[in-house]
Design a protein. Structure first.
Length: 70
């Protein structure tokens, strides 16, 4: 497996990572664990979500346990 392909973009705000929304609601769910976070490889999707929630985009690679600002 190519480790670089495991790298994705997640959203962080106030030390927590966006999981998603609560079913049938607009309430956002957050976790202190990056492994729980919503993930995407599409930068445009991540930018749109980060703007909506006021968060920052982070690069995350779960295989090597690395998180860094994008």
């Amino acid at each position: 497996m190519d480790i670089r392909r495991a790298t994705c973009i997640i959203i962080r705000k106030d030390g927590e990572y966006l999981i998603g929304t609560v079913c049938y609601s607009t309430e956002l769910r957050w976790s202190i664990y990056a492994y729980d976070a919503w993930r995407t490889r599409r930068k445009d999707d991540a930018e749109r979500v980060a703007r909506k929630v006021g968060g920052e985009m982070m690069l995350f690679n779960p295989i090597v346990r690395q998180i860094k600002a994008m």
